[in-house]
Design a protein. Structure first.
Length: 193
């Protein structure tokens, strides 16, 4: 009885192994076809890739022009980097290109030693994302306490035809708290009551 079961199991085991091997072949073939279809659909011509790189390069150059304007206080190059219909989404409402120019001049007068460090930037055909670090000394204006400051922000800029058309700035809450005046310690007289 044992030998007949053994004979029955061996062929069944070999058949199962063959079935598994046969199932692997179509699966592997399907995976290869899927990769080919994906790569064929994602391939770009050399001219498309060149155009993409050109747009990214123009967007980065325009972003650097604006950063340089803030560092030097000179808004004269802004028109070459920022579209006439530019919208700056600020916490005080939407602003335009002229507001940006005024902000550049005012920031440089208010914080003449401000330094901007580009920590990291990412760009594509439509956007530039910049992680920036701002350092300098405040005289207690614009809500920033008097003394040195060191804060970071993420600048997001949307581009069209190599010019900035929209801007957003994001800060972590702890970075924003650095700009708030610190509460004064309580008087000793009020502590005892």
């Amino acid at each position: 009885m044992i030998s007949s079961m053994t004979r029955w199991r061996i062929p069944f085991g070999q058949k199962t192994i063959k079935n598994l091997q046969m199932k692997k072949i179509p699966s592997i073939f399907a995976a290869i076809l899927l990769c080919c279809f994906i790569s064929c659909n994602n391939e770009k011509t050399a001219s498309e890739t060149k155009d993409d790189n050109s747009a990214v390069k123009k967007n980065l150059e325009a972003s650097h022009i604006v950063s340089k304007a803030f560092e030097t206080g000179d808004p004269s190059m802004i028109d070459s980097a920022v579209a006439s219909d530019f919208v700056d989404h600020t916490d005080m409402g939407d602003k335009n290109r002229d507001s940006l120019k005024a902000m550049i001049s005012m920031m440089h007068k208010t914080f003449p030693d401000m330094k901007m460090e580009l920590i990291k930037e990412l760009a594509d055909n439509d956007y530039v994302f910049s992680l920036m670090r701002f350092t300098g000394t405040s005289e207690g204006q614009m809500g920033i306490p008097k003394g040195p400051y060191d804060m970071q922000a993420i600048e997001v800029v949307r581009f069209r035809d190599g010019k900035a058309v929209e801007h957003w700035e994001y800060m972590e809450p702890r970075e924003m708290m650095k700009m708030m005046p610190q509460p004064k310690p309580a008087d000793d007289k009020t502590k005892g009551k």
